[in-house]
Design a protein around this ligand. Sequence first.
Ligand SMILES: Nc1ncnc2c1ncn2[C@@H]1O[C@H](COP(=O)(O)OP(=O)(O)OP(=O)(O)O)[C@@H](O)[C@H]1O
Ligand SMILES: [Mg+2]
Length: 253
Amino acid sequence: MQTITLTNQKGGVAKTTTAHILATGLHNRNYKILIVDLDPQCNLSYSCGIDMMKVEHTLYDVFKENIPAKKSIISIKTGFSIISGGLTLAGADMEFMQTGREYMLRETLKEVLDDYDYCIIDTPPTLGILTVNALTASQSIIIPMTADAYSIQGLSQLQGLIKNVRKYCNSELDIAGLLLTRYSDRTVISRDLKRYIEEAAERLETKLFQSTIREAVAVRESQLVVSDIFTESPKSKVAKDYNDFIDEFLKGR
Ligand SMILES: Nc1ncnc2c1ncn2[C@@H]1O[C@H](COP(=O)(O)OP(=O)(O)OP(=O)(O)O)[C@@H](O)[C@H]1O
Ligand SMILES: [Mg+2]
């Protein structure tokens, strides 16, 4: 199983949207997929049609009570499953203080390594213990970002965290690339910012994916009906953007 984390402490840059569409696109290409929703906001779980009130065992329960990971896995369709972190994970930074707390997710996923081709992890917009767990459990990271100055500024904090995780928890961690989301190349400022982001990618010793994702109402429409763009708007330009990105990502594997 290849484990990939979508992360960026900046809010609203399409981490959850991209996690859901990437998981769906890989499932459509016949890979077996496990999604891990590490964000206490549970947006990804809702996007997958999960009613959190009815979830029997969340990832919080797995971490807290050592119940087997398999008991927390919810099957959405054949070969497409999810583990939800749950709202109670919101207190994780204060609650999990024990030695080895960075490895909770990595240990949990060991149980299912042979059951899936890809595990896609969505993270909250913070650099706390949940994100550290995601990075410790992953082979690679995708960093979704919007073309704005604050996104670029935030990258140095993320770079610091990645450096520490590589040093203390997971020396194998690779940055697959930065992905420009909600992007329009119509303005000069957007094109300038794209160049700055390419330079930032070089500093991180990674690349900016050539595929960029445009801002499109089809994305929000599909989320509103708890579906995905490949089902609701398969011919849309944004569905093509995401398919191109997934193909580019797979080529780099
Ligand atoms: N390509 C797009 N076109 C239009 N709207 C988009 C696109 N991508 C994401 N959005 C919208 O942007 C908002 C933020 O997206 P999303 O929740 O995926 O970001 P996030 O990084 O996961 O946010 P958070 O940091 O709060 O977890 C959502 O309302 C989503 O519908
Ligand atoms: Mg999110």
